[in-house]
Design a protein around this ligand. Structure first.
Ligand code: GRG
Length: 285
């Protein structure tokens, strides 16, 4: 077993433990556990743990980021939002449990993220842990992911140009990826300019991740992705790929990837973040 699977196994065990410890209706726990356990790349928690240098104190924050990410996917798939039937290769949460249960499962996961972070901080009272929780909370909220999703939903009524698409991508997708990297660095004690370097890396990686998502939606393998492709084009959705064109978007992605590889040069040889960033850039699903 390599260090990567050990990290992810530990993370999955911690997630299972938090879910099992909830004093809640069994059917709600089942709906929450269904989506957390449905697979997924665990990219954000892997980035967080790697950016911390593998600090075990990063695990609760890594779990919180994955819980927030999973809630956002459940809500995003609802008929009132993207109306998707498949997620992570399985039926979307509301397809199994129904709409109101899926809404509450998402709410439960979001709240659990804060219970995990605040519970951990309360037991330690160290400023770096509070700062990591603050980083994640702000990225997940109206100034970050929720605001980005709002602007994205609104785009059905507003003509979106590239600057609007970049605004949406930086918040809807980029904010949580940036916060994952920054929170990991904060746990490891990074402050000031050192922390800023991690944030800049997160912003670039967040944009690259979204462009790759758009490229995969345009021409990826549905079997590998676990969801249909071509949905953005069929819905006439404004994305980086639809506005810049597939060829230009692919070229921009190459350039961004090269910039990111240069940016991670500041990390010591063998630092785990190099590997996780590489995996994020060269993913096929
Ligand atoms: C509902 C508040 C709210 C926000 C939703 C995450 C999100 C915001 C929407 C998902 C729509 C989407 C497909 C965005 C593209 C980028 C993205 C976040 C893809 C999913 O992340 P992955 O590929 O998923 O890391 P896994 O399943 O591997 O964890």
């Amino acid at each position: 077993m390599n260090s990567r699977s050990t990290d992810i196994d530990g993370l999955n065990a911690a997630l299972d433990g938090y879910l099992a410890a909830l004093d809640c209706p069994e059917a709600l726990r089942a709906a929450m556990s269904y989506s957390v356990g449905a697979g997924g790349k665990r990219l954000r928690p892997a980035l967080l743990i790697a950016a911390s240098g593998g600090d075990p104190d990063a695990v609760p924050f890594a779990c919180a980021v994955e819980l927030i990410h999973t809630y956002s996917l459940i809500h995003d798939d609802l008929p009132a939002m993207d109306d998707d039937d498949l997620r992570r290769g399985k039926p979307a949460n509301h397809k199994i449990f129904g709409e109101w249960a899926a809404i509450l499962a998402g709410d439960g996961l979001l709240n659990l993220a804060y219970e995990v972070m605040i519970g951990f901080c309360a037991g330690r009272l160290e400023p770096r842990f509070l700062a990591a929780a603050d980083e994640i909370a702000r990225a997940a909220g109206a100034g970050g992911m929720v605001g980005g999703q709002y602007a994205d939903m609104e785009s059905e009524r507003v003509v979106a140009d590239l600057s609007r698409v970049l605004y949406i991508d930086a918040r809807k997708t980029g904010a949580l990826i940036t916060a994952a990297i920054a929170a990991g660095a904060i746990v490891s004690g990074a402050v000031g300019e050192a922390l800023d370097r991690f944030r800049k890396l997160g912003r670039k990686l967040g944009l690259a991740f979204q462009i790759k998502d758009d490229l995969l939606n345009a021409a990826g393998d549905p079997a590998k992705l676990g969801k249909p492709v071509g949905t953005d084009g069929a819905a006439g959705k404004a994305t980086y790929v639809s506005l810049a064109g597939e060829k230009q978007a692919a070229a921009d992605y190459e350039r961004l990837s090269r910039d990111i590889i240069e940016m991670i040069d500041f990390l010591p040889e063998g630092h785990a973040l190099r590997d996780v960033v590489g995996r994020a850039l060269f993913r096929e699903h």
